[in-house]
Design a protein around this ligand. Structure first.
Ligand SMILES: Cc1cc2nc3c(=O)[nH]c(=O)nc-3n(C[C@H](O)[C@H](O)[C@H](O)COP(=O)(O)O)c2cc1C
Length: 395
């Protein structure tokens, strides 16, 4: 049994990469991280490098009391202008990473077409194994609009293709556009990238959002020390459903390897991304919260899963869920069935079904009872049951 995966002909020790995040701006930070990542991770993606741009807003990370550990908002761009010191650090990092069997993916963002090529040239001189094109930075700032960069590129097939083409002209290593979910058709954008020569895809970046408002003061939670707020990117487990949807669409329609990203916080969510077709995954927010031990827990968990399912390798279950997705709906009827040993008669399903739906559940002798004539098998009662006491059968 092995956690090794093949990605673009490179062997990753495990399918887990540390995604582009705040820590990887300086090559020297990666140097410190490499030995600690060596055992359980397959590699790292650098912070996005962009020329002549080094704005810092602080604080730029927020969560809410209610959703702590579920979502986080990040006001980019804390992007890094590639100084020669940083590039030197990156060079060292790449060399150390390679000694440890890790890969390094360099992330870049050009502000106009010719800059993509310049950044590729600079980045690949550091020894990175591949280049990720950040076509999806969610920050809503004038500088991006003026230059047509960030998410603006990722929302326009022609601009995306132009950026990929320019990067490919300069690249001797694989080029991986990183896509935004904030589009009408991710397949259209990905198709344009593929035509322009993309070697693989990364998806998704953070999702533009507003994580909350302080109702006492009216100040958005996502504001800096001067109470100025931005619409920026939400990350963490809250966005996993969006990431899974995007990766599944890409897997079904585009024939390129995919790095799945968005809300991965353990081996199970990583496995979910692999089941919808990802070759490997990137983890950002959960790594920020849990640090190096997360990798160990993910490796142990995935090993256990392979053993339990009788798989030899991770690719044995890659894409295994795709066959269940259908574009055409067919009618079917179902009925809720209560597991009496699990049900404790709490009545939450009764309230939900009676007040908002079909009035098909009542509590009798401290157990939920389903009226077969009224139940349509809609699924609501199962969403509310905390004891997993409800299943559905076809009728
Ligand atoms: C603080 C922070 C900084 C980030 N910086 C970058 C970046 O520079 N470039 C990039 O492509 N993505 C960046 N991301 C996005 C992540 O790489 C990832 O796509 C996104 O957060 C979703 O994954 P997650 O839920 O595992 O965090 C950043 C995310 C966070 C939270």
């Amino acid at each position: 049994m092995s956690l090794k995966v093949d990605f673009l002909g490179m062997e990753l020790k495990t399918p887990f990469l540390v995604g582009s995040g705040p820590w990887l701006g300086e090559g020297s930070r990666i140097v410190q991280m490499i030995p600690k990542l060596a055992e359980n991770w397959g590699g790292v993606v650098t912070k996005t490098y962009i020329k002549d741009f080094n704005i810092r807003w602080n604080p730029h990370l927020w969560s809410t009391r209610k959703y702590r550990g579920i979502g986080m908002q990040n006001a980019g761009p804390k992007l890094t202008d590639p100084t020669s010191e940083e590039l030197e650090g990156l060079r060292k990092s790449c060399s150390m990473a390679h000694d440890e069997g890790l890969i390094v993916i360099g992330s870049i963002m050009g502000r106009w077409v010719s800059e993509w090529g310049e950044l590729v040239t600079m980045m690949q001189e550091s020894g990175v194994d591949a280049i990720e094109l950040n076509l999806s930075c969610p920050a809503r700032i004038d500088a991006f609009k003026d230059h047509k960069t960030g998410y603006i590129i990722g929302q326009n097939a022609d601009l995306a293709a132009e950026a990929v083409h320019a990067a490919k002209q300069a690249a001797s290593v694989p080029v991986i556009p990183k896509l935004t979910s904030n589009v009408t058709s991710v397949v259209e954008i990905a198709g344009a990238c593929q035509q322009a020569g993309a070697d693989a895809l990364s998806a998704i970046n953070t999702v533009p959002g507003i994580i909350g408002i302080d109702v006492e003061t009216g100040i958005p939670l996502s504001s800096d020390v001067n109470d100025r707020a931005w619409v920026s990117g939400v990350s963490g487990p809250m966005i996993k459903p969006i990431g899974l949807r995007i990766v599944s669409e890409l897997s079904r329609e585009i024939d390129l390897p995919i790095l799945g990203i968005g809300g991965i916080d353990g081996w199970e969510s990583a496995a979910e991304y692999i089941m919808v077709g990802a070759s490997a995954v990137q983890v950002c927010t959960a790594f920020m919260w849990k640090g190096y031990p997360l990798g160990e827990a993910m490796c142990k968990g995935l090993q256990g899963y392979l053993a339990h399912k009788g798989y030899e390798k991770v690719s044995d279950f890659q894409g295994s869920s795709l066959k269940y997705f259908s574009d055409s709906l067919e009618s079917c009827s179902a009925l809720a069935v209560i597991d009496e040993d699990r049900c404790n008669g709490c009545g939450e399903c009764e309230t939900a079904c009676t007040d908002s739906s079909y009035g098909a559940i009542s509590i009798e002798a401290e157990r939920a009872v389903v009226d077969e004539r009224s139940c349509v098998g809609c699924g609501l009662c199962r969403t509310i049951c905390r004891r997993e006491a409800i299943r559905y059968v076809a009728v």
